[in-house]
Design a protein around this ligand. Sequence first.
Ligand code: CTP
Length: 409
Amino acid sequence: MLSGKKILLGVTGGIAAYKSAVLVRLLVKAGAEVRVLMSQSAKQFVQPLTFATLSKNPVFTDFYNPENGEWHSHVKLSMWADLYIVAPATANTIAKIAHGIADNLLLTTCLSARCKIMAAPAMDLDMYANAATQSNIATLRERGCLIVECGDGELASGLSGKGRMAEPEEILGEVERYFDSATVSPTAQDLSGFRALITAGPTREKIDPVRFISNYSTGKMGYAVAEELAGRGAEVMLVSGPVQVTAHNPRITVVPVQTAGEMYNECVRLFPECDIAVMSAAVADFTPETTADTKIKKNGDSMTLRLVPTKDIAAALGKMKTEKQVFAGFALETDNEMQNATKKLEAKNFDFIVLNSLQDKGAGFGYDTNKVTIVSRTKGTVAYDLKSKALVAKDIADHIVDEIRVKQI
Ligand code: CTP
């Protein structure tokens, strides 16, 4: 996928630098040629030797080699690269890039870069939330820099919140997506003029004002489908349960919901105006029969929670579906995978179903990768290798385009 692509990786001084070593491995594995630049403080977290070994290229940190005076030209480096990734990008480096400060090799290379710059911020939650950092990130975005959003979770400080560098697999997905969308191919805008409805993430079924029932869905797969369809020209309505991922493409409108009931209402409202629908949400199958208005107190006894079924959104849309609509769903199975997926394809009137097996390592909730089999009425069964969710989304979009052709929409 990245064969022949020249990628420069700037590593700055944050604990997430160790994750950048994994990123180099993934980029090289995907076929890219990688060169690494490190700031002085990055070397306190990871040895240059690690990056040199993984990238199979010398690592640059200074303007020149103090031993023989050889000059490391930032101009040459930036001219060489097809993409310059800064990961981790500390608050300090982000601020310096935003203000054109060039006091190390990594930064001078940024200033002279003719290629796209992608930054993966990593810092403590308060530094990230600080208005100065947010304004610097916004400046970078305005100037065309691609920002790989931070994740939410445990931070090196021991605090928990937004500021973790995106996982290497997620950054790889963004890199692949960038090169894919940068490739001018006849299929690049093949969904232009189409409207798509995507569901993503989990739902939350309320027990009382402070408790709910939910599942481990992160929404990454649904968001990747939304980005792919929007990247190919579609207008996307993304009905999303509560997730940490964000949508980047301006053609995506996020419709936030909490419960299965809310997701149902939004989907039924939006579906008639859409040409395409992909049901990737992990919708709760049951919801508490009643929601307490006040916090339920313990009284020493056991308690029984009576659950009632939620409405099956996909089944309802399957009934509303017209000949001209392409309708796809997911099936997450632990056993009898093909049999269950085929049953769901029929029962919900999907044109094709994307089967995830929890038996496959690297597939399912939380991972940045997925391994799917697509079962379609027109094309039969196609099993795919383990790949990033961004690339799985591409396979799904290709299936959608095929269905559009078959239906002659
Ligand atoms: N789905 C939906 N609404 C629901 C339940 C599921 O739209 N209330 C959709 C999912 O988004 C997915 C497909 O139906 O596209 C299959 O979901 P899955 O959870 O695998 O199957 P279920 O129908 O819930 O069946 P089961 O949990 O018994 O496997």
